[in-house]
Structure formats: structure tokens, C-alpha cells
Design a protein around this ligand. Structure first.
Ligand SMILES: Cc1ncc(COP(=O)(O)O)c(C=O)c1O
Length: 411
């Protein structure tokens, strides 16, 4: 599996976008570019790694461009929607109800009723939410499958703010404290036919993800014994970390699935239907950001490249620079990546009105000039999707390049 887009491929994609009729050099000061064939291969690698009857969904939060989600629809995957807005995006992108999984820790009665009427798979985040679903079931007819999100409590991994399986988490029902209550819920609600977990995003090694699944799998076995085999859907969430460093090989989906098979073989023998919800693994390495260098400053022995995007799109990178790092290249105005002697240190600063608006500090780059482009590698997921409107800056446009070289405008 290819872990990253090569420089040659980035130049090719950038060249195609910049020469397309839709690109406007004056206005498109920052663009996000997605490699559609790369994305398709990531999707195929998920399908190859898990049993054929699995239901794979892509986490919309990683990349909510309906242009891209619509384009990927023919791959047979569904979507995981973590909010009402994402549910609407899934529908607008043409996904049928039976291809949508609705997760959110704060679903309202109205949202639940809507999803239940449509027959969308729902993962309840709490026992209280199950009670709401039970009340609605008395009122309306629904063939939605319903799961319950469990917090496996296996630890917080390397990045605590994106790990959700600590002893305390705002998500799910904690297994240790609530084991009996969870089992009783399955006894009480015979329609509760799914079980769900998500351990964390990016900061959890595959072994830790497997540990989380194993804990929930044991719980599911106990529930099966007590309720005469009522769980049909086993949703393992997402979370496989990707590599943001081009020298580092990423974990393959096959590696993760093999570990899982070793640890929980019955998850692979057809007695459950597996559901997956990967986001970062699908999108992050498949795209990059190119932002024009508007000015270059050389003060106090520091070089600063002033570009058009900062903490408004690279939120985690600006506020938690030790944990969230991308790699950068410099391209000339024609989109050719500059190589040769580098200078250090460079700061890459954004346009926003606060001092911390930097997406990189202390990086090595060849000498940058006005009109060059800073390329931010591995920016296809959790970047544009996290856009913030501060300073009323215009949201960058996104493009996709297809197998035949055709450029799609995605936003
Ligand atoms: C419930 C749930 N499922 C899936 C995902 C996707 O995780 P990742 O993009 O790391 O695969 C997340 C991410 O936060 C999540 O909260």
C-alpha cells in the first residue's frame, strides 16, 4: 500500500488543477486537492481486509465534501454521520438510509424520530438515549437497527484529546462501572441488536484498538449467552492511525484486520455483521493543501512565509503543535516542487489576527519567494472539514482529480 502521495504525483495533480478552467489564480489563494484514484485504493484496501458481508462506512467528519462522497458512492461503502448536519450531507450525497450509520452523543428526539422513520442504523451513545428510542418505538414503526456505544476503557493512547476510551469519556457507556446495566438493557430491549465502540482517532496504536474491540467482544459474548443471540451488528468504529511523515510507513488495514482476527476470530466467521467507520485512513494521505506565499519576512534571524491559511483550517496543528505535525514542501508558481539547499528556521504563518496563527515553526525549506506555494502534505482529512470562520476569511475551494485526469470542483 502506498502511504503517501509522491512529489511527482503532487506536481501532476497541481498542474492539472491549475490548468483547469475552474481554477482562478487570483482568487484561489489556497486550494485543497484530492487524488481520487488514491482514495479508491484506500477504500478497496478496507474491503479486502474484512469479511465480505461487512458494512463499511466512511466517517464524514474527516471530509464532508459532498462532491467527494458522491464520487465515492459507487465503491459500495456507506457513511457514518456524527451529527444531524452530517446525516443531511449523507442524504444529499445520494446515500440510501441502509448505508448510513447515525452516531452522535446529543441526538434530539426529532433527530431520532427522523432516523428511525427512515430505517437508518443508529448507535445510541447512552442508556438515556435508549430510553428515548424505546419511547419512540411505541409511537412509530421503524426497522432501524439499534446499537449501543460502549466505552471499553482501555486507556487514552498518545493523544488524549482524540482518544475516547479512558476511564472517563464523554462518549459511550463505561464498561467497568455499567456492565450489569448494559446487560440488563439488552435483556430489556430485544430490538437492541447492535454493539458499538470507537477507541480513538490517530493516537491509538492498532494493538490498543484491538484491545478495545476484544473487551467489547467479550461483553457481547456474555450478552449473547443471556439473551439468546440477539446481537447481529458489531461496529468497531474507526481510528487506524496514518503516517504524517513521508519517511514512515503507515500501518496497513490488512495488518490491523489480521491482529483483530487473531484476537477475536468469531468476529470474522460470519456470526456478526461487522461495521467499520474509518475516516482518517481513507482521506488524510489522499490530499494536500497548496497555499500561496503572499509575503516573505526575514526578521530576527527567522524566515516567515505568510500564507493564506492557518489556524482556521489547521486547528489542531496550531494549538497542539507537538502532537499534530504535517510535512511541507515549497513549489514555484507553476507548481513544481523546489528541491536543493534548504534554510532553517522557517515559520509558516497564516492570515489570522492572533500571534499563534502558525501551522509550522522551525521547518527547513528552500528559499521561498512571493508567488510560490506552500504544500501541506497529507491534508485530505480533518483539515477542510474543521474550517473555522474567524476573521470572515473565504473557505478554500477543493478539487479532485479523477483516474482519467478530469478535474472535479468539489466545493
Ligand atoms: C464514532 C467515531 N467513529 C469513527 C471515527 C473516525 O475515526 P478515524 O477518522 O480516526 O478513523 C470517529 C472519529 O472521531 C468517531 O468518533
Amino acid at each position: 500500500m502506498q502511504s503517501h502521495l509522491s512529489n511527482n504525483r503532487i506536481e501532476e495533480l497541481l498542474g492539472k488543477v491549475c490548468s483547469s478552467a475552474d481554477f482562478n489564480r487570483q482568487q484561489d489563494t489556497t486550494i485543497v486537492v484530492h487524488d481520487i484514484p488514491f482514495l479508491r485504493e484506500r477504500i478497496r484496501s478496507v474491503a479486502r481486509a474484512f469479511p465480505e458481508n461487512s458494512m463499511h462506512t466512511i466517517a464524514i467528519k474527516a471530509n464532508s465534501l459532498s462532491g467527494i462522497l458522491g464520487e465515492l458512492k459507487d465503491q459500495g461503502f456507506g457513511l457514518e454521520a456524527a451529527s444531524w448536519g452530517e446525516l443531511k450531507i449523507a442524504e444529499q450525497s445520494g446515500y440510501p438510509p441502509d448505508k448510513i450509520v447515525f452516531d452522535s452523543p446529543v441526538k434530539t428526539y426529532d433527530e431520532l424520530e427522523y432516523a428511525m422513520k427512515k430505517g437508518i442504523h443508529i448507535n445510541a451513545d447512552s442508556l438515556m438515549e435508549l430510553e428515548r428510542i424505546a419511547k419512540l418505538k411505541e409511537k412509530i414503526k421503524s426497522h432501524s437497527n439499534i446499537g449501543l456505544r460502549i466505552n471499553p476503557q482501555v486507556g487514552v493512547g498518545n493523544i488524549s484529546i482524540t482518544s475516547v476510551a479512558g476511564n472517563y469519556s464523554k462518549f459511550g457507556v463505561p464498561m467497568q462501572e455499567r456492565r450489569q446495566a448494559i446487560i440488563q438493557a439488552y435483556e430489556k430491549y430485544p430490538w437492541l441488536n447492535g454493539i458499538h465502540l470507537h477507541t480513538g482517532s490517530q493516537g491509538c496504536e492498532p494493538e490498543m484498538l484491538v484491545d478495545g474491540v476484544r473487551h467489547v467482544y467479550k461483553l457481547a459474548q456474555e450478552i449473547q449467552q443471556k439473551t439468546s443471540h440477539q446481537i447481529v451488528y458489531f461496529d468497531i468504529g474507526g481510528g487506524l492511525p496514518v503516517s504524517y511523515h513521508r519517511e514512515t510507513e503507515a500501518y496497513s488495514m490488512q495488518y490491523y484486520a489480521d491482529l483483530l482476527r487473531e484476537s477475536c476470530p468469531e468476529l470474522f466467521d460470519g456470526r456478526y455483521q461487522l461495521i467499520t467507520e474509518f475516516g482518517r485512513y481513507i482521506h488524510a494521505n489522499a490530499g494536500f493543501v497548496a497555499s500561496r506565499v503572499e509575503y516573505v519576512k526575514h526578521d530576527n534571524g527567522i524566515n516567515t512565509a505568510m500564507i493564506h491559511v492557518g489556524a482556521n483550517m489547521f486547528i489542531r496543528e496550531a494549538y497542539h503543535p507537538q502532537q499534530w505535525k504535517h510535512e511541507f514542501s515549497l513549489a514555484d508558481p507553476q507548481g513544481r516542487i523546489k528541491t536543493g539547499e534548504t534554510e532553517n528556521p522557517w515559520i509558516i504563518a497564516g492570515p489570522l489576527c492572533f500571534a499563534g496563527d502558525m501551522i509550522a515553526r522551525n521547518v527547513s525549506l528552500p528559499p521561498a519567494k512571493e508567488g510560490d506555494y506552500i504544500i501541506v502534505h497529507d491534508s485530505g482529512g480533518y483539515v477542510l472539514a474543521m474550517w473555522s470562520e474567524y476573521n470572515s476569511r473565504q473557505k478554500p475551494r477543493a478539487f479532485g482529480v479523477k483516474e482519467n485526469g478530469k478535474v472535479l470542483m468539489l466545493s
